[in-house]
Write a protein that binds this ligand. Structure first.
Ligand SMILES: Cc1cc2nc3c(=O)[nH]c(=O)nc-3n(C[C@H](O)[C@H](O)[C@H](O)COP(=O)(O)O)c2cc1C
Length: 265
């Protein structure tokens, strides 16, 4: 028997959310947009530093370029509202320059630290947590959304298109729009049973038997015809696919630039 959700509107909203990739022509009102952005910036943020920026894409030509550079996803160009969540350490480091922090460090004979890998991860945490607040606020307003992880691909193109400085990294793009048709008719995607996701105290690696049980009833449609099992299917469809290979290349370049800079800086 299916467990009933508790009688709580927020929990119900979370449990019923699904990704929406087809949008009606109805625009998102300025008031709704403000609510979505306000909710995003009320998200928890490391040290209350807001280590992110939100880039609103309003230029249709730019949306179309992004639809191509983000692994050819036309719904990006059709979304009434497109927000890119940027991990952003640039804002603080520019301010540190204005505040002569480096000079002060020198006077004190302490090392002046530049953003490193940990800062990138922390800023990504901030940006993604804000992004998810935006998704849930939109959902509460009847507005659907779709994350686009492929904004992490083609780093050099996106850096140029969006004029991103060294310590700004686009961690996600989100399309927002009123759902086309009845969104409740879109089936909820399945999830693996909670027992395989939640560990207690220490991490447990799964056995062959665990995998068999975990995937029971949640296997996806086989679309890679040469795959002989579910593992091969997921590898060739997702993690070994061209878009993942490009994302690995692109993120490597971005991290290198974050750490070492390049000629443009
Ligand atoms: C980090 C991240 C990246 C994603 N990237 C894409 C994407 O590039 N294109 C897309 O159509 N959906 C994307 N999605 C949406 C997922 O495909 C979707 O969340 C997943 O299939 C589960 O479906 P549901 O959100 O309806 O439960 C992404 C989701 C996340 C969290």
């Amino acid at each position: 028997m299916k467990k009933k959700s508790p009688d709580n509107k927020t929990i119900e909203l979370l449990n019923k959310r699904r990704t929406i990739r087809a949008y009606s022509a109805k625009p998102i009102s300025q008031e709704d947009e403000k609510i979505i952005i306000r909710a995003a910036i009320r998200a928890p943020t490391a040290g209350n530093l807001m280590l992110y920026s939100i880039l609103k894409v309003t230029d249709q030509k730019l949306k179309e370029k992004l639809a191509i550079s983000c692994d050819n996803q036309p719904h990006i160009a059709k979304a009434p509202l497109v927000l890119i969540f940027l991990a952003d350490m640039q804002r603080w480091w520019n301010y540190f320059e204005l505040c002569d922090v480096q000079k002060k460090c020198n006077e004190m004979h302490v090392n002046f630290e530049k953003p490193q890998e940990s800062d990138l991860l922390l800023a990504c945490c901030d940006a993604l947590i804000a992004a998810q607040n935006a998704v849930i606020a939109a959902e509460a307003l009847g507005i659907g959304s779709c994350y686009i992880g492929d904004i992490m691909e083609n780093y050099e193109t996106h850096q140029e298109l969006l004029k991103l400085p060294r310590w700004v990294f686009p961690i996600t793009l989100i399309c927002f729009g009123h759902p086309k048709g009845d969104k409740d008719k879109i089936p909820l995607t399945n999830r693996f049973p909670v027992d395989y996701i939640v560990h207690e105290n220490i991490y447990h690696q799964l056995s062959r038997e665990d995998y068999k049980n975990m995937f029971e009833g949640v296997e996806r449609k086989r679309i890679i015809d040469y795959a002989e099992n579910f593992g091969q299917q997921i590898y060739f469809e997702k993690l070994g696919a061209d878009f993942s290979i490009e994302m690995r290349r692109s993120v490597k370049v971005a991290i290198k630039n974050w750490i070492n800079g390049n000629q443009k800086d």
